[in-house]
Design a protein around this ligand. Structure first.
Ligand SMILES: [Ca+2]
Ligand SMILES: [Ca+2]
Length: 231
């Protein structure tokens, strides 16, 4: 009798689908939420990228001169429908624009992993080919580093050997690298299932040249000497 019941139970498949689903469901849920999370990040990046493109064009026009912060704030307002950015709660355009670059950086850093936040960066260069390149120097000892006494071309005007760009929008005909980093809380909880981070960052960057192109307000690069000692 007992053997017959056991054999009967072996053939009984009722409920097996429920068990299989219980095994597969967490994986399936993680995959769905993960896909939504990636999709939302791409969407956020697309919105930010579009806003940055427009803002860069506005900044590069003659009418954009001196309006960089106002234009940045316009980006903030544009994306606020998508993502509430903390700085909009506490700052009007005037108070936001009164902040120094250092204060904005501190505001961005303090919001990390607590609030949605955004940071804008403008770097200006003489030409497109200078973006991301180090200033040229005479490498007397051929060690690949600009050591004390070796002359270099100070394109950025900061008296130090480094990357060729200078902060800010620059003048007419300057090439401008304009970028924004948006730090925001994920809206889909896939990160909880896989032990990921609650916040993520998307970035958007564009490069344009300031108008009018016929003028050239790029400062002349001066030859200076490096001050760093050999390590
Ligand atoms: Ca050297
Ligand atoms: Ca420099």
């Amino acid at each position: 009798m007992r053997l017959r019941n056991i054999l009967k139970l072996r053939r009984n498949q009722r409920g097996s689908t429920v068990v299989e689903f219980a095994i597969v469901a967490p994986v399936l849920l993680t995959m769905i939420l993960g896909s939504l999370d990636v999709g939302y990040a791409l969407y956020a990046r697309s919105i930010l990228g579009g806003a940055i493109q427009k803002a860069a064009r506005d900044s590069g026009l003659e009418t954009g001169a001196g309006r960089g912060c106002e234009i940045d704030y316009g980006v903030l307002q544009h994306i606020s429908g998508l993502l509430k950015v903390n700085v909009l709660k506490t700052h009007t355009m005037e108070s936001f624009c009164d902040l120094t670059d250092t204060q904005r950086q501190a505001l961005f850093n303090s919001a990390e992993n607590k609030e949605n936040s955004i940071l804008f960066l403008r770097r200006n260069y003489v030409s497109f080919s200078d973006v991301g390149e180090m200033e040229e120097f005479t490498d007397s000892d051929d060690d690949g580093v600009c050591d004390r006494g070796e002359p270099f071309e100070d394109l950025s005007g900061d008296d130090e050997w480094g990357e060729r760009g200078a902060n800010g929008q620059g003048g007419a005909r300057a090439t401008v690298l304009y970028s924004a980093g948006l730090h925001f809380r994920r809206i889909f909880p896939a990160y909880k299932l896989i032990g990921g981070k609650e916040f993520m960052t998307v970035e958007a960057t564009t490069i344009l040249r300031n108008q009018p192109y016929s003028q050239n307000q790029n400062p002349a690069a001066l030859i200076k000497n490096c001050t760093m000692d050999d390590l």
